[in-house]
Structures are given as C-alpha cells and as structure tokens.
Write a protein that binds this ligand. Structure first.
Ligand code: GDP
Length: 295
C-alpha cells in the first residue's frame, strides 16, 4: 500500500505519542485515543465501538501498560472493517459496472484508471459515456479511453443515456467484451431522478445483456471527509451500491474514512485512488490497509 503517507504520518505520530506519552491506562488515555481516531475520520460510532471493546479487553486481561494495548487496538479496528472477503468477481466474467458519483470526486479519472487496469489484465473493455448531462464529460472520458487504449461509445450532448448504453452493449456484444464500464450522470440533485435513471439503465442491461454480472460503484472523494460518508449513505438509499472507489487518498491525512465507510455502511471499498496518473489506483484490502497505517 503506497500513497498513504499523509494519513500514515497523522495516525502513527498521534498513536505513538499516546502509547509512549501515557504511563497509565486512564480516562485521559482513552480520551486522547478517541480524539486521534476521530481526527483521522474513522467516524464517531466506529471509534466508540473500537474503544468499548478495547476497554473490556483491558479489564479482562488486566493490562496495565498503554503500549500493550496497541496490538489489540489494531485488531479491533480490523474487526470493525471485517465485512467478509472483498470479492472482485467482476474481473473474471462478463460484467457491467455502473459508475455513480457527484461532480469533481474523480469519477472520470477512476473510470480511466479502471479501464487501464482491466486492459493490462488482458480484458476487453468498452466504455459507455452515458453521462450525457455534462458537456465535457464524454470528451474527457474519450481522452481517458485513448490513454487506456480501450473502446468508447458516446452519444451527442443531451442525448438519452439509455441509448448510449444500448449502443455500448451492442458494441460490447460484437467485440465479445469482458467488461462494460458505464459512466452515469448519477447525481444527487434529486433522488427520484437518480433512482429513475438508474432503473432505466438497469432495464436496458437486463433486456439487452441479461445474465451478465452487475456492479454499481460509487466514487467518493476522501478529502471531503465525513461528507463522503453522508454521500455514500444517500446513494445507498437510491441504488444497490456494491462497492466504493475512494479517490484522492494521497491528498488527505484523514484516510480513516475508508474504515468508517466499511464499518458504518457495510459497503466494501474496492479501490483507492492515490494520485492523478493512470496507474494510481489500488485494490483495497482492509488488513493491508490497517497494517500500513497503524504499524
Ligand atoms: P469527475 O468530475 O468526478 O469526473 O472528476 P475528475 O475525474 O475530472 O477528477 C477531478 C479532479 O480530481 C482532477 O483534477 C483529477 O486529476 C483529480 N483526481 C482524481 N482522482 C484522484 C486521486 O486519486 N488523487 C488525486 N490527487 N487527484 C485525483
């Protein structure tokens, strides 16, 4: 795991000063610990659960030294994030991935990065530029498609997203594509609109490309902290979200948001974005993530 220097420095320096600075496990110790975890955007509820468990363990095991708590703390954090194995089934079958997210979070960039990764793994990829709402969206996506070396299907500005998807499915069928990555104008201005748009796309996929594996990914900007969590909650009410792509993790000291998303919403973080370049996207593994940040 790389690209997490800011978060790591923040958490590690915070925890080290607590573990070495306190000689007793007392209320002040727990308070400092709580503050450090919340400051890194792990989330209030998750932090409380982590600390409640820790307090019980300290009592039960009669632990006296703060330093002895460290491994327990790390284990508790991992347990909070444990929502089963993070599956990447879509990689090995005919799949459609819908990409949802508000403007500016890094949706276009993430689609480009994903397309490039799939391509490098010898997958045939087709992009559908079905965000026809925003003028520059299709052009921007075309640039990423060229960079990644994959095909793209787009329509005219303002055209029906459904018809773009329809054309993209035809193209995917003709080419025997493995993965169809579909950009959407999935925004939150209006929940009803969003739900209707997604339902429409769903129906087209069912009808034209039945039996394919489905994923709905939301793209969230880690630098927006707790707002990202709020967005995720709202999207979850509108669609069957199967994964999160958490962008700009390189630009924040509060990467703990990845923990909050998994622990509080139960949605797996599938990938993290760690830069603006095409290769700056990593698969997410909760265990590796916690190890990288806390050790
Ligand atoms: P969209 O409006 O959601 O499609 O967002 P874009 O893909 O256009 O990205 C918005 C900005 O965020 C661009 O300047 C990207 O280079 C930048 N960006 C996207 N992902 C990352 C990331 O993981 N790290 C960093 N540092 N910047 C990113």
């Amino acid at each position: 795991v790389s690209g997490l220097t800011k978060t790591r420095n923040n958490i590690v320096s915070g925890l080290n000063s607590i573990f070495t600075g306190f000689s007793n496990i007392d209320d002040d110790f727990y308070e400092e610990l709580e503050e450090t975890l919340i400051m890194s955007d792990i989330g209030v509820n998750t932090t409380e659960e982590i600390l409640d468990t820790l307090k019980e363990q300290v009592k039960e095991l009669k632990i006296k030294e703060p330093m002895e708590c460290k491994d327990l703390l790390i284990k508790n954090i991992e347990e909070q994030m444990d929502i089963g194995e993070n599956a990447y089934d879509f990689e090995n079958q005919r799949s459609v991935i819908l990409m949802i997210g508000v403007n500016g979070v890094g949706k276009t960039t993430s689609i480009g990065k994903l397309a490039s990764q799939f391509k490098k793994n010898n997958k045939k990829v087709v992009l559908a530029a079905a965000d026809t709402f925003r003028a520059a969206a299709a052009e921007q996506l075309k640039e990423w498609a060229d960079r990644a070396g994959v095909d793209i299907v787009s329509g005219k500005e303002g055209s029906d997203p459904g018809s773009v998807l329809f054309d993209a499915i035809s193209s995917a069928k003709n080419k025997g594509a493995d993965i169809l990555l579909c950009d959407t104008a999935g925004r939150l201005h209006n929940k009803k609109n969003l739900m209707e748009e997604l339902k429409k796309l769903d129906r087209i996929i069912e009808k034209e490309y039945g039996g394919c594996h489905r994923e709905n990914f939301i793209v969230l900007d880690a630098t927006t902290g707790q707002n990202a969590l709020v967005q995720a909650k709202q999207f979850k009410e509108c669609a069957d979200i199967t994964g999160v792509i958490l962008t700009k993790m390189d630009g924040t000291a509060k990467g703990g948001i990845a923990i909050a998303i998994q622990a509080e919403l139960g949605i797996p973080v599938k990938y993290i974005g760690v830069g603006e370049q095409i290769d700056d996207l990593q698969k997410f593994d909760a265990h590796d993530f916690v190890e990288a940040l806390f050790n």
